[in-house]
Design a protein. Sequence first.
Length: 123
Amino acid sequence: MKRDCSKIPYDCPIEATLGLIGGKWKALILDHLTGGALRFGELQKMMPKITPKMLTQQLRELETDGLILRHVYPVVPPKVEYELTDFGQTVLPILDAMCAWGRVYLDNVRGQDETEPASCACE
């Protein structure tokens, strides 16, 4: 389905990209989903600092923007999984570039003397 271009609030491609994957959590959620479908609780365990309310909000926005799919299974208790769409897969090179840039930045800021912290999702 083609989007109605009159409803797209962006003129700048960078602004559009940040509108879709910007913020504190969206890129991390997308990165975690690169390994396959995950349930809400699994995502929350991977990001212990995010509140359930914020995770729900971010997942809904990513779904509305067509980056992830939400699968609801008709079982008791309810089972819901999230996975990247084909469109969501196109964001992976951007996430890889962000990870590489962030790694160089952190190496420069930390210097060679400090020990490395636990690795993040992108590594």
